[in-house]
Design a protein around this ligand. Structure first.
Ligand code: T4K
Length: 393
């Protein structure tokens, strides 16, 4: 029975009966972490599934970002986007690096390459863009600038697991890419993440860094940290990989249903699927033009919430608005990011979201768009609740 609360996401888990034998094996072996057999197997399976040279598993995406910056010895200033989850900028702060925010482009909400050059100073060492919602950045323009100015590029690809650009994994771009396997992501290992690297020497350095810098019993080669993924999560991840294609199919189905149901409502904008991209349908972002729609984004958010549908405003507020960063000179301006952040709402999206819940959300938004749609008629909800035998509040 569908639960009363509809959250923005709902983690996909592997079948429990397939996980139990793997747990029994781990129990028997007493090998729980530190590059165990499931860890090794999962790294190889991921590299092969994604079509990338090397994968280094991490305890989470944030530690992967922090280690990626350490790995390339990034210092000084790094150009990044204000339109992301706070972890992107926090990873710079934890490395003693000054974030320099550059505005985004409105089509896919990614860092705007046309604005990067003006932000480069003698202290700039790298660019840290984000493939927001899994849509690839303009990787060629970013690389071109990086080549001209001798900068490194680290992609925060936390949302981009499984995304392909012109037939190749988007994780192959830049010097390094990081992904997140958090519970809320398209592919989860409960918590988890990885760095994708292009050569074995770099992978080795990353692997030292995530294990205290330990090379052997008597040698520590770098001031590393503990950022390892454990055996239970690696085994769980191996199972998740078997089902990932089905997950994408399910997410595409929901996305298509939303788009079909919402397409004729004035004042709503969706992201087009970019040409040459195999997308992962990681989020369903909708941008509300309040003048055209007749209601604000926050009114929609609150209305859905009042009906126990918890959409999220990813990414509002901007990172540059938080206390730690708003004093930075680059936190000023950023007009497009501000405008997008004011318009964004991400609707619930997960493979087993029932069609009639999607239709309910479409109906609520549709009612709200009507000039006299001050309040969504309660009967929509009642009929939905009756049909699905929802428990009373
Ligand atoms: N870079 C980017 C661009 C990122 O988006 C992220 C993470 C990172 C880096 C860092 O990667 P990690 O270190 O996390 O691996 C969530 C996630 O916690 C975060 O991982 C994610 N981005 C961010 C976009 O979303 P919150 O604060 O929105 O999480 P929370 O607890 O409010 O959960 C979101 C929804 O999911 C809720 O409706 C509840 C539901 N949920 C959540 C969990 C944890 C479940 O249904 N089950 C669950 O187990 O940040």
């Amino acid at each position: 029975m569908e639960k009363r609360k509809i959250l923005v996401t709902r983690p996909q888990l592997p079948p429990l009966n397939e996980f139990i034998p793997l747990l029994a094996d781990i129990w028997d072996s007493r090998w729980l972490t530190n590059n165990g057999k499931y860890h090794q197997e999962f790294e190889k399976a991921l590299a092969s599934y994604l079509g990338v040279p090397y994968v280094s598993l991490f305890a989470n995406g944030t530690l992967a970002l922090m280690a990626a910056l350490q790995c390339l010895r990034i210092k000084g200033e790094v150009i990044t986007t204000p339109y992301s989850f706070v972890a992107t900028t926090h990873s710079l702060w934890w490395n003693g690096i000054k974030p320099v925010f550059v505005d985004i482009e409105p089509d896919y909400c990614n860092l705007d390459p046309a604005r990067i050059e003006a932000a480069i100073t003698p202290q700039t060492t790298a660019i840290l863009p984000v493939h927001v919602y899994g849509n690839p950045c303009d990787v060629d323009s970013i690389q071109n600038l990086a080549d001209i100015y001798g900068l490194k590029v680290i992609y925060d690809a936390a949302h981009a697991f499984g995304v392909r650009l012109n037939g190749s994994s988007v994780l192959n771009y830049g010097d390094l890419s990081i992904v997140s396997f958090h519970a809320t992501k398209v592919f989860n290992t409960i918590e988890g993440g990885a760095i994708i690297s292009h050569d074995i020497k770099t992978k080795k350095r990353i692997d030292y860094l995530k294990n205290f810098g330990i090379a052997n019993e008597t040698t520590v080669v770098a001031p590393g940290i503990n950022a390892k993924m454990n055996e239970l999560q690696a085994a769980y991840g191996l199972l998740q990989l078997k089902y990932f294609d089905t997950v994408i199919d399910g997410r595409k189905h929901i996305t298509d249903r939303y788009k079909k149901g919402l397409k004729d409502i004035p004042g709503l904008r969706f992201l087009d699927e970019p040409i040459g991209v195999d997308y992962n349908y990681s989020y369903f972002p909708v941008f509300i033009d309040d003048l055209e729609f007749g209601r604000t984004r926050d009114e929609i958010y609150e209305e859905l919430k009042s009906q126990d549908i918890f959409a999220r405003r990813y990414f509002y507020p901007l990172i540059s608005e938080f206390a730690a960063y708003r004093g930075l000179p680059s936190a000023k301006g950023l007009d497009i990011a501000h405008e997008i952040s004011r318009q964004i709402i991400c609707l619930p999206l997960y493979p087993d979201l029932p069609d009639d819940v999607v239709d309910l959300i479409i109906s609520i938004i549709s009612y709200m768009s009507q000039p006299d749609g001050k309040k969504v008629p309660i009967k929509i909800l009642h009929s939905y609740e009756k049909k699905n035998k929802l428990p009373k509040k």
